[in-house]
Design a protein around this ligand. Sequence first.
Ligand code: AOS
Ligand code: ZN
Ligand code: ZN
Length: 385
Amino acid sequence: MTDFTTGLDDLAIETPSWAYGNSGTRFKVFAQRGVPRDPFEKVADAAQVHAFTGAAPTVALHIPWDRVPDYAALADHAVDHGVRLGAINANVFQDDDYMLGSVTNPDPKVRRKAVDHLLECVDIMDLTGSRDLKLWFSDGTNYPGQDDIRARQDRLSEALTEVYARLGDDQRLLLEYKLFEPAFYTTDVPDWGTSFLHCVALGPKAVVCVDTGHHAPGTNIEFIVALLLRAGRLGAFDFNSRFYADDDLMVGAADPFQLFRIMFEVVSGGGLDPATGVAFMLDQCHNIEPKIQGQIRSVMNAQEATAKALLVDAAALKAAQAEGDVLGANAVLMDAYNTDVRPLLAGWRESRGLDGDPIAAYKASGYFEKIVAERVGGTQAGWGA
Ligand code: AOS
Ligand code: ZN
Ligand code: ZN
C-alpha cells in the first residue's frame, strides 16, 4: 500500500472549467457575482483552488464552452498561474441537430457532424498538450421502438473507431457512462460494461470514466472500480455527489463512506500511482454554492477520503481476511474510516507551506471580493445556461 504522505502527494484532482461559471439545473441558473467572463478567468479561478489546496494542478476544458482563438496562449496562461490544462471534454449534447442523438443518430449527416467535433477536440488536445479526450454521450431514446438498440451500438463503435485512430501515441479516450438523463428509456453508453466493451474493442488507449453520480441508487461503485483497475481500464473519475441522480454537487457530500470505500479500492489497487494513469476529475456544476469555495471543499473531501484509505492497516486487514475473521477485517477498515484525518491533512498542508484550513485562507485572501469588483457585467454561460 502507498504510504500516507506519498499517497497524498500523488493525489492530483483536476477541476472542471465549467464549475467556475454560472451553471445550474434545467430549471434555473442562479447567476452569481464575479464569475469568469472567459476561459482565461476560469483558469485563474481554478488556480486559486490549487493555490489553497496544493492538490488541484490541472483544469479540464470543455469545447465549445472554452473555445478560444489561441489554445497555446491559454495553456501558457494556465502555467503562469501555477496550473496546467487537463482533459478536453467534448460536447455533442447541446446542438439542435443532436435531438435524436449525435454519433448514434439515424442520420449519417448528423453523425458526421458529431465525429468532426470529436476530431476537432483531438486537434485542440494537440495544441494544449492534453492527454485525455473525455467523451460523454447523452445519446439515447425515450421510448421502446424509437430506434434500433444494436444499430446504435454499431454507429457508436464506428464513430469511436474513427476518433481512436486519430489519437496520438500519448493520448487517451475516456469513455464515460451514465445510466440515464437526458434520455429516459435507453442511453447508448449507460453503464460500465458498455463502456468497457467499447474500450476493449478500440484498444489500450481507450479507458473507462467512472462518474460517481451516474449509477442507479445502491450501486456498489467500488466493486466497479476494483474490476476496472484490475483490468487496467480505469481511466478516470468524474467525482461528484448523488443524493438521487446526477447532482453534480460536491463529491463526498451525499455519502462520504462510499467515497472512502472507492478510494480504498483505488489505494489498495495501486491507482494513486501516477504511472497507473487514473485521472481524478471533479465534474460539478454548483448553482447555489460559491463556485471556488465549492471546488476547494470538493478537493478537501476527496483528500479526506483518500487520507482515511491510506490509513488502513493493510497487513492487519490481509491477516484478518486470511483467517476469515469477518468482524476483525471489517473493524480494520472502519478504524481507518472513523479516524479524524483533518489534523493530519492540516499538517500535510502546512509542511508544504500552505494554510492548514484552505477554506478559511481562501476567504481571508480577498480574491472573491477582487473578482466581484473586476468582473462587472457579462458572465460566460456554462452548463445548463
Ligand atoms: C454529464 O452528465 C457528464 O457527467 C459529463 O461528464 C459532464 O457533465 C460533461 O462532460 C460536461 O462537459
Ligand atoms: Zn461526468
Ligand atoms: Zn454527469
